[in-house]
Design a protein around this ligand. Structure first.
Ligand code: ADP
Ligand code: ADP
Length: 222
């Protein structure tokens, strides 16, 4: 039961001074409910792969099937609908909106999905409770530590109850204790049956996953 099935996908970038083959014939299947980690050195193609898997970018060649749908055949509005409804993103730099409170940050993506106000609040509060931040609802992101900000970002991702969580170096800016809390939260999503893809430099974080893959020079090794 594959959620993700990528076959021979490649992606290059063209610049004034030449071409970089960021992904070179990568194939990857991730089943529903699996927790996988993708590791590899800086510049190896991890973020490029994450952007394609998260439907933020497209490959030049190869086939990417998400939940049985050939992504090449989907229109932009269908791709953004899948992104909003089925994928939760977590980034190294948190990407919270500085002018909004904690609860407003978590509720915002639900607004885009047309969920009514009372329901948005209910889901946001329950997600914030799950990450242990019920006491910080009206704080602004800058009033929180890095670890707390990342937990807000996780609450934002899980409030929408996505099938897939894509986390790109979620612990990259955190101390080890906050990083461990973040990893435990990802693990608990996996235990709820959700699919988790973690991109990380850290071998100890990668060990939370069922399966560790490595990207090197645009190629994926199993
Ligand atoms: P990683 O996430 O593993 O650090 P990336 O996917 O960001 O790797 O990058 C893979 C390769 O593609 C690197 O050589 C990088 O310099 C290049 N690259 C990434 N994004 C761009 C871009 N927008 N334009 C040009 N080159 C890029
Ligand atoms: P972490 O390692 O979790 O990222 P930090 O070292 O950034 O933690 O912060 C440690 C403590 O200081 C946290 O309890 C946090 O609430 C508090 N803190 C950090 N930055 C600020 C800030 N700008 N305003 C108020 N409190 C802050």
């Amino acid at each position: 039961n594959a959620l993700i099935n990528a076959a021979d996908i490649s992606r290059h970038y063209t610049m004034a001074d030449g071409t970089v083959q960021a992904l070179d014939n990568v194939s990857l299947t991730v089943n529903v409910g699996e927790f996988i980690a993708i590791t590899g050195p800086s510049g190896s193609g991890k973020s490029t792969l994450m952007n394609i898997l998260g439907l933020l970018d497209t490959c030049d060649s190869g086939t990417y099937m998400f939940s049985g749908l050939d992504t090449k055949t989907l229109a932009d509005n269908e791709l953004s609908r899948i992104r909003n409804e089925r994928i939760g993103f977590i980034f190294q730099s948190f990407n919270l909106i500085p002018t909004l409170s904690v609860v407003e940050n978590v509720a915002l993506p639900l607004t885009y999905r047309g969920i009514p106000t009372a329901k948005r609040l209910e889901r946001s509060l329950s997600a914030l409770e799950a990450v242990g931040l019920s006491g910080r609802l009206s704080h602004k992101p800058y009033e929180l530590s890095g670890g707390q900000q990342q937990r807000v970002a996780i609450a934002r991702a899980i409030a929408a109850d996505p099938d897939l969580i894509l986390a790109d170096e979620p612990c990259g800016n955190l101390d080890s204790r906050s990083g461990k809390e973040v990893m435990e939260l990802l693990l608990s999503r996996h235990k709820c049956g959700k699919t988790v893809i973690l991109i990380t430099h850290s071998l100890s974080d990668a060990k939370y996953a069922d399966r560790i893959l490595t990207v090197c020079d645009g190629k994926l090794y199993k």
